[in-house]
Design a protein around this ligand. Structure first.
Ligand code: ATP
Ligand code: MG
Length: 365
């Protein structure tokens, strides 16, 4: 397959903006320059990194690390590795992701969230092209291609002193900007086709839904704040509820509650397309523990302090819906993987997805 065909398959969209993105990938890939992918959430920054890796013809692996998803005190060991006994719990030596990416590509997602102290260490690795495991004096030579991504204005972070300017200059040698979906709605139908084909492959039990002309107009006018990820989740939701059917405005309007304003609903925002690391701390507490009752940070008495009944059923169902949608989000929308995470069968999970979609719909009436 030619490079351009590979990129067209990986990153769909014939709009001038997407053609430009693919051109930039093809231009930068063969050279050992560090690339920074910028753009809003769900717009396909990781795909840019994968495209660069593939076209660079590097023989090593593509190693992705989400800087925002790993607690700061674990990130250093995750990136640089550690020797046995170098800290409590380090019962054996481990390679870091930098070493794992040898001869390949290291993708650092959400680089803007990297703790300041670690930024200096990463800079040293880039300058010396060597890495030192925690607890070791030995410098190991590493040859990796670095691609970083951020959805925040990292230049502004640097101006505020929250991101090292010297590191920024090193990582952003070549910057590729991913436009939001709302700026390339001419790609919408093509994206729906590509995402439907992917859905067909991953979810053999459901047939992708399609849309009539009026519904497509409706979808083109929507702002898609969660970009392609939101579109993929929306398609999955439609296909679960209306397997193989052609949908009109009547069917899709209730599935896009805040269509008129383009604003995501709270539940859509928290669960369908947002970065899971951006959850509120109370939600994090709930999700971080298997046994909710054993989590001391939740003060249950608070729930009864308001002068009204709690509505236990609603409360538990809200938690269940959040767990279901978060599991789906963390599984890149795959029902099978999400069902495994939740300890459910795919059939039971599909029933729950249908139930919540129907409930959300009836709330709109
Ligand atoms: N142009 C595209 N063609 C096909 N699929 C796409 C395209 N852009 C994004 N996707 C799909 O949308 C989803 C989100 O893309 P990706 O994870 O690359 O976004 P991101 O910009 O890294 O988001 P975040 O900032 O939330 O990490 C993925 O499943 C990806 O395959
Ligand atoms: Mg990403």
């Amino acid at each position: 397959m030619t490079n351009s065909k590979f990129l067209e398959n990986l990153i769909a969209g014939s709009s001038a903006k997407m053609q430009e993105v693919r051109q930039h990938i093809a231009l930068a890939a063969p050279y050992p320059v560090n690339v920074l992918a910028i753009g809003p959430t769900g717009s396909g920054k990781e795909l840019i990194a994968k495209g660069i890796h593939k076209l660079s013809a590097r023989t090593g692996k593509f190693i992705a690390v989400n800087t925002a998803a790993i607690p700061a005190d674990l990130l250093e060991a995750e990136l640089f590795g550690h020797e046995k006994g170098s800290f409590t719990g380090a019962d054996k030596a481990r390679k870091g992701k930098v070493e794992e990416a040898a001869n390949g590509t290291l993708f650092l997602d959400e680089i803007g969230d990297m703790p300041f102290s670690l930024q200096a260490k990463l800079l040293r690795v880039l300058e010396t092209k060597t890495v030192q495991k925690i607890g070791s004096e030995k410098s190991i030579p590493v040859d990796f291609r670095l691609v970083c991504a951020t959805h925040t204005d990292i230049g502004e972070l640097a101006r505020q002193g929250k991101f090292r300017a010297d590191l920024l200059y090193r990582i952003a040698v070549y910057t590729i900007e991913n436009p939001p979906l709302a700026e390339r709605t001419e790609d919408l139908e093509e994206l729906i086709t590509v995402l439907s084909m992917r859905l067909k492959k991953t979810e053999t039990k459901i047939k992708p839904a399609t849309f009539d002309a009026e519904a497509l107009g409706f979808l083109r006018a929507y702002t898609w704040p969660g970009n392609i990820r939101e579109l993929a989740n929306f398609l999955q939701k439609c296909s679960v509820l209306f397997s193989g059917q052609t949908l009109g405005i009547e069917e899709i309007r209730p599935l896009m509650p805040n269509f008129e304003t383009g604003e995501p609903t709270e539940i859509t925002q928290a669960s369908l397309w947002d970065d899971p690391t951006e959850r509120s701390s109370s939600e994090e507490d709930l999700l971080g523990s298997n046994k909710i009752e054993s989590n001391e940070s939740i003060d249950f008495i608070d729930y009864f302090s308001r002068n009204q009944p709690l509505n236990l059923r609603q409360f538990l169902s809200d938690i269940e819906e959040k767990l279901v949608t978060t599991a789906l989000q963390q599984s890149d929308g795959s029902v099978e993987v999400a069902a495994q995470k939740l300890g459910l069968s795919s059939e039971d999970l599909l029933d729950k997805i249908k139930l919540y979609a129907v409930m959300n719909r009836s709330l709109m009436k």
